[in-house]
Design a protein around this ligand. Structure first.
Ligand code: NAP
Length: 543
């Protein structure tokens, strides 16, 4: 076969039934399903020097998962569930990376994963019904199915600060953290960003550095994590009840092991509501937002949760100026992904921590020795960007992906990500996206969303092989209708009301403002996907 893309060094193209991009939670499970269940030849291409995806890259101080460890796991293997034991309520990054390596070794995945290999371009060749995939090292791969497991938060966002190239200190983005770590001892450190990442990193950096200045643009809610070691009894409970835990995670909106309670904020009086919030606060974690069914649906309901948290912030932070900056929050609670923390607000009581409100004194330039705002200059040795990601579409659009008739993904996603069920883009046959935009993904406990997508894709490919189909493509009308459903689901909630939300692409200059994840809930989404498959894959075209 004559390759559509030429290799740089005339190496012979390698052919596989399926090529998977990314060796995180998604890519590893997709490899296992296609290779071991469907007996296909599969190769995973991974840009990193190790497996783990997000958990390979995000090694910043304090990095841990906001989902509880026992739910932030694969549930496809009973044996794995019995074998593995988490140590804490919320696992730290090194423990998650160990878990993923354990899984990769247990299921012998590593021989089929090629590390240090970044996909740069992919072209669909209609005549052969094959994808031709090029890597940064000039290798060429040819495959029938191309499956992207590139993660939703894998393309970093570093703001353009004038003069940053003049800064003589060190600067790091949290998602490109050096593997050898960063020595903060005796240093003056600046952190820009108070999202989930900044809120995890700030307490740890404050302890390790001589002085920390936090640059906050938008004040944020955060819930106490109440992290703790897992008890022997709880570990036993997990092993004995994995089926029922899975059952709950599959039937809930966000794929966690708790349900959003079916009661309104307005069903209870003020005293009862306060007691409910207080109990959830003591318990800690994301479950707080499940205290009532209407927190994310009704602004007046949301206000009660917001006021409760703001009161807690003011109680935690002793300095009234800092407390005012931290509690001046401009958006509804949980309309941005709510962070959870380990003594985040209390960190501002330390003598070595300052807080800069960028809304009243924006950053003007970087200098050789720090950052200059409209008010003053801050001397810094190290600058940490906890400034998030070009989420959901960024990594896809960095690759040059070309479907039918030379149409690129960039062309078709010019006004926002069009696709069907977050699984397939019209005009890009045999190309699947795991947790793509248009699916619940980031609004969920992500491994549960991943397992659902990977299993759906596997069943779909199995169906094609049994029926003798060689090609599957999302129908354009079905995709446009799905886009409307994604939009309707978002607008039934308070989620699209936030100014700087990365869910909307609003954190990236020039990015189309489109609410990207499906907000109708994982359980409902699963049902829709299953019904469509059952209905002869309605909205997909087979050849
Ligand atoms: P993020 O939520 O996008 O937060 C980025 C922060 O940087 C925000 O405070 C933002 O301010 C600020 N920022 C961005 N550009 C800026 C600029 N030009 N000037 C000043 N400030 C700027 O990113 P993240 O904290 O990395 O979290 C992203 C997502 O990753 C989370 O929502 C979560 O889904 C996931 N995550 C998960 C975990 C976990 O489970 N363990 C941990 C970390 C992250 P504005 O708010 O004003 O834009």
């Amino acid at each position: 076969m004559n390759p559509v893309i030429k290799t740089q060094n005339n190496t012979v193209p390698q052919e596989f039934d399926a090529l998977v991009i990314g060796a995180g939670f998604s890519g590893m499970y997709q490899l296992l399903c296609l290779r071991d269940k469907l007996k296909m030849s599969v190769k995973v291409l991974e840009a990193g020097a190790g497996i783990g995806g997000t958990w390979y890259w995000n090694r910043y101080p304090g990095a841990r998962c906001d989902s509880e460890s026992h739910t932030y796991s694969y549930y496809f293997s009973k044996e794995l569930l019995q074998d593995w034991e988490w140590t804490e309520r919320y696992p730290q990054q090194p423990e998650i990376l160990s878990y993923l390596n354990y899984v990769a070794d247990k299921f012998n995945l590593k021989p089929d994963i090629e590390l240090n290999t970044k996909v740069t371009a992919a072209r669909y060749d209609e005549a052969s019904n094959r994808w031709h995939v090029q890597t940064d090292s000039g290798q060429l791969f040819i495959c029938q199915f191309l499956i992207a497991g590139v993660g939703c938060l894998s393309s970093t966002n570093t703001p353009q600060i004038r003069g940053l190239d003049q800064f003589k200190g060190k600067s790091y983005h949290t998602a490109q953290w050096p593997h050898e770590g960063v020595d903060f001892k005796g240093k003056h450190v600046g952190v820009i960003g108070t999202g989930s990442t900044g809120i995890q990193a700030i307490p740890v950096i404050a302890e390790q550095s001589a002085h920390l200045t936090v640059f906050q643009r938008t004040a944020n809610y955060s819930l106490p994590a109440r992290n703790a070691p897992l008890t022997t009894e709880f570990k036993k409970y997990l092993k004995e009840n994995s089926d029922s835990i899975r059952e709950i995670m599959h039937s809930t909106t966000n794929g966690h092991s708790f349900r959003i309670l079916d009661r309104s904020v307005h069903d209870v009086n003020n005293q009862e509501r306060e007691a409910i919030y207080e109990e959830a606060w003591k318990k800690g974690g994301l479950q707080f937002r499940a205290s009532f069914g209407d927190i994310l649906l009704d602004k007046s309901a949301n206000d009660t949760a917001a006021e409760f948290i703001i009161k807690k912030i003011r109680q935690s932070v002793k300095d009234p100026v800092k407390a005012a900056i931290l509690s001046d929050i401009d958006h509804p609670f949980a309309a941005k992904r709510p962070p959870i923390d380990n003594y985040y607000f209390e960190t501002y009581n330390r003598d070595n921590v300052d807080l800069v409100d960028l809304r009243s004194e924006p950053i003007e330039t970087a200098s050789a020795s720090g950052l200059k705002t409209s008010r003053t200059h801050y001397d810094l040795d190290i600058l940490v960007f906890a400034t998030g990601f070009d989420a959901m579409t960024g990594t896809f659009l960095k690759m040059d992906i070309q479907g039918l008739n030379g149409v690129t993904l960039k062309d078709i996603w010019h006004d926002g990500p069009l696709n069907y069920l977050g699984l397939q883009v019209p005009g890009f046959p045999n190309f699947f996206t795991i947790t793509g935009p248009g699916s619940p993904s980031v609004l969920c406990n992500v491994p549960v969303a991943i397992e659902q997508h990977v299993e759906w894709i596997t069943t779909c490919i199995d169906h094609m092989r049994k029926e003798g189909f060689k090609r599957i493509e999302a129908d354009t009308n079905a995709s446009n209708e799905w886009l409307i459903k994604v939009n309707e689901a978002a607008h039934a909630t308070l989620l699209p009301t936030v100014k700087h939300s990365w869910y909307l692409g609003a954190n990236i200059p020039g990015k189309p403002r489109v609410f990207m994840p499906y907000a109708g809930g994982l359980a409902r989404y699963r049902k829709i996907c299953d019904e469509i498959a059952h209905d002869q894959y309605r909205g997909f075209i087979f050849n």
